[in-house]
Design a protein. Structure first.
Ligand code: SF4
Lengths: 191, 471
């Protein structure tokens, strides 16, 4: 996994609540057996008319945001299905940061596994960013979002921060505890 | 100190506890299906890793299997490939697979309990959000993403922060338990607490209405916990739980010893603290129908499609969402729910495709015919459910009424196989998600109970099933 340091980019404002993973990546694209190549299907039904013509009124189709790495959105982002394809699609498309007042649990977890930083901000700060979704810098080490006129701090669990900063492989970390796992298995009545 | 049921299961599964609250949790049962696992097995191969406990891992194919004749080849090449890949992965890694021709094949959350793989007090994960279903047995069961599927395959453990606890009490006696079903209870809860009401929590359902429910009905409740945003739903096991599992294929040999242990230990202590509480009085609820594009956008069958501002109660984001939902659903505020005409009816999914669901629905339609212009299908949750239903002659009742009787799988719950809605088609569905396009691009889904779906198939629109003679 690519370590996460700083990301500087314009933020794409997706002004919707309860964006579910069925919208992020519709089911017809879940049949691939690899992790890459999902970016072109991101928000498929919102982005394209009949799967072809880009819908002009959808924010991702605004040329201003073509190179954006930061997605700014509303409450309960990523609800619904556990499909990690949602995170893969965001990453493959180019997003490394998602900023929202709140996330659904499984999606939130899936982001970290793929080097995406989901940032929870209070509604007031979100509102401010939505008013002016311009270029900003997200600095994970210092836990700040810096725009033209302000610096907004954000919270993140320490182990998650470490994993992202170092681009750690979760499984390798866990396997360091292998003796503990074996011990646990021995100690437990057989189920 | 008194602990909740969740805390007891959690504590007994912690392998490593970090200072920052992060725990390594042991997993007793890992269920695998074709859609969220290929990339996980690939990861294992790339890193030359093995599956740590193939004996605790079970696989089936359900999401994109066709529900038509199983002796025919699968037409969709990409689905066929995903199915072949799962077969190969299970063979290479030594995992038991209930494949498309197995008498035990079915929706992963239907077969787990049915085969006795799901047990009280265990931890269960699956790369599927509706893993919460298994919580009906007093198991801590939750959905995970594909990276975690790989992690569990390799280590039989998962890293997690301890969720908060949420007590939902359902009290009272339903006036008509055939008309007011478990589906109406859970939809009523989600309607009130919202789709993010349970985020970050494990819900424990308690109260006399819950004790009254059968195991299958409890599964319907726990199944939709995720629709309230919860990590998991949980119901303390009781004699019904133990009886349901007795004699099932994969239960431990010394089952009765376990029962004695579970009976003593698997309940929340009196006075245990929950971080959140909510109470629903089941004697006050009506049959539910969803009108929008998330499960909280639901109302009484006797109600009307709401006005967005009235629904949003001052929240501008919710108001926008409601306007958009009504547009998508092609509904006008003020329309009576019973006046909404339907094109399709779907009885199936891990929420409502078990034997009792099919029995209840069949009683509504027995000897009657569905509206001819309507297309209706029943998709049993598993091959075993299908077989049992056929032994009771339910297939005949459904077919005589004009329903299609299909093979088991997820089918039109998410439409990854050929069972989908056409754009603009409106469906009464016993599944769990009414998201935009869930059952087919442009398709419009109304979530209801099996009896409501059956009655709607006869009338061509929703009807208040309390007016029918159900018993
Ligand atoms: S029936 Fe529907 S909700 Fe259940 S596992 Fe299958 S796709 Fe998921």
């Amino acid at each position: 996994m690519e370590p996460f340091k700083k990301i500087k980019s314009i933020a794409t404002p997706l002004d919707k609540v309860n964006v579910d993973t069925d919208q992020i990546i519709p089911k017809q694209f879940l049949k691939l057996v690899q992790k890459t190549g999902f970016g072109k299907y991101l928000f498929y039904d919102w982005r394209f008319e009949n799967g072809e013509k880009p819908r002009e009124d959808f924010v991702l189709n605004n040329p201003k945001y073509y190179d954006s790495k930061i997605l700014l959105t509303r409450d309960n982002f990523g609800c619904g299905s556990s499909r990690e394809h949602a995170a893969w699609a965001l990453l493959d498309y180019g997003f490394r940061v998602v900023i929202s007042p709140s996330f659904a649990d499984i999606f939130y977890n899936n982001c970290f596994k793929n080097g995406i930083l989901p940032i929870k901000l209070d509604s007031q700060s979100i509102e401010k960013l939505f008013k002016n979704p311009s270029e900003m810098e997200v600095d994970l080490q210092n836990q700040t979002i810096t725009t033209d006129d302000s610096t907004i701090p954000f919270e993140i669990e320490s182990h998650r921060k470490k994993t992202l900063l170092e681009g750690l492989d979760d499984i390798a970390v866990t396997l360091q505890y292998e003796d503990k796992i074996t011990q646990y298995e021995k100690s437990k009545a057989k189920l | 100190m008194s602990r909740t049921l969740f805390e007891k299961i959690w504590d007994s599964h912690v392998v490593v506890q970090q200072d920052d609250g992060h725990s390594l949790l042991y997993i007793d049962r890992h269920l695998v299906h074709e859609v969220t696992s290929p990339q996980a097995f690939d990861g294992l191969r790339m890193n030359k890793r093995k599956v740590r406990r193939p004996d605790l891992t079970f696989a089936t194919m359900d999401h994109n299997v066709p529900t038509s004749d199983r002796s025919l080849p699968i037409i969709d090449q990409i689905s066929a490939r995903q199915i072949q890949v799962l077969e190969k992965n299970c063979k290479d890694f030594g995992i038991e697979l209930f494949d498309i021709h197995s008498p035990n094949q079915g929706i992963v959350h239907v077969i787990g309990p049915e085969l006795g793989i799901t047990l009280p007090g265990t931890t269960i994960v699956c790369g599927d959000s509706h893993t919460s279903t298994h919580g009906a047995f007093g198991a801590l069961a939750f959905g995970i993403g594909t990276s975690d599927v790989e992690h569990v395959l390799a280590t039989q453990c998962i890293w997690m922060e301890k969720p908060k606890t949420f007590e939902i009490k359902v009290e009272g006696k339903r006036k008509n338990s055939h008309a007011i079903t478990a589906k109406d209870i859970i939809l009523s809860i989600i309607k009130q607490i919202g789709t993010a009401g349970g985020t970050g929590t494990v819900i424990e359902y308690r109260g006399d209405t819950i004790s009254d429910l059968t195991m299958e009905q409890r599964m319907t409740i726990c199944n939709m916990s995720i629709e309230a945003g919860a990590r998991a739903g949980l119901i303390a096991p009781d004699e019904k739980t133990f009886e349901y599992l007795r004699g099932r294929k994969y239960i431990p040999k010394n089952y009765e010893e376990f029962v004695n242990y579970w009976r003593e230990n698997l309940k929340s202590d009196s006075g245990a603290h929950f971080d959140k509480n909510f109470t629903l009085y089941s004697d006050k609820i009506s049959p539910q129908v969803s009108w929008g594009t998330n499960p909280a956008m639901t109302t009484d069958v006797t109600g009307t499609v709401p006005f967005p501002d009235e629904y949003a109660k001052g929240n501008p984001d919710e108001e926008k969402a409601a306007i958009k939902a009504l547009q998508y659903m092609g509904l006008k505020p003020g329309t009576r729910m019973t006046d909404i005409p339907l094109d399709r009816v779907f009885i199936g999914s891990c929420t409502n495709s078990r034997l009792e669901d099919l029995i209840e629905a069949s009683q509504v339609i027995k000897g009657k015919k569905i509206l001819p212009k309507l297309r209706a299908m029943v998709v049993p949750g598993s091959q075993l459910v299908k077989k049992q239903a056929e032994q009771l002659g339910l297939d005949k009742i459904f077919k005589d009424a004009g329903f299609e009787w299909r093979e088991s799988g997820c089918s039109m719950c998410l439409g990854m196989n050929p069972d989908i809605l056409a754009s603009g088609e409106r469906c009464a569905s016993t599944s769990n998600r009414n998201f935009e396009g869930r059952q087919g691009a442009g398709g419009r889904t109304h979530l209801v109970s099996p009896v409501m779906a059956a009655a709607a198939a006869l009338a061509g629109h929703f009807v208040d099933v309390r007016e029918l003679d159900l018993c």
